[in-house]
Design a binder for this molecule. Structure first.
Ligand code: RB5
Length: 148
């Protein structure tokens, strides 16, 4: 599995804290920036990661900003993206089981690094359940098509 990761300045520390979890899970990752705490605009990095996932250059993505809200808004504008903002383990698990989320969004200024690592581990080790949930995802796809 290949994962695209990105953050703004408010998520850059958390990004460096969670990549060891990806390494532990033998997940291949690419950092799309930003690289330091100099102020940047989250849409620039949210778009890069979402675009990579949408085009199949990455299987999944991780985005981090201060609250996770800005990155969620950006990512869910990109066709085929199902981005889930998770602050605890239960949402991380359900976003995979029921929503087949393909981008995990984390709030760098809200949760601590241990919580973030737990969420990442759960998110990458939980599979989509399919069944009735696939029907719901198909409906989301239909909405996307209608808006074109
Ligand atoms: C940056 O200050 C902050 O606005 C951003 O990281 C994010 O929280 C936006 O939703």
């Amino acid at each position: 599995m290949k994962v695209a990761i990105g953050s703004d300045h408010a998520g850059v520390t958390m990004k460096s804290e969670i990549v060891p979890v990806l390494d532990e899970l033998f997940i291949d990752w690419e950092d799309f920036g930003t690289k330091d705490e100099e102020s940047v605009d989250y849409p620039d990095f949210g778009e890069k990661v979402s675009d990579a996932v949408s085009r199949g250059q990455a299987d999944r993505g991780i985005l981090i900003c201060g609250t996770g809200i800005g990155m969620s808004i950006v990512a869910n504008k990109v066709p085929g993206i199902r981005a889930a903002l998770c602050q605890e383990d239960y949402s991380a698990k359900m976003s995979r089981l029921h929503n087949d989320a393909n981008i995990l969004v984390l709030p760098g200024r809200i949760i601590d690094k241990e919580k973030a690592k737990e969420i990442v581990k759960t998110w990458f080790t939980t599979d989509f359940e399919g069944g009735r949930h696939q029907r719901r995802l198909d409906k989301i796809k239909e909405i996307e098509e209608k808006q074109k």
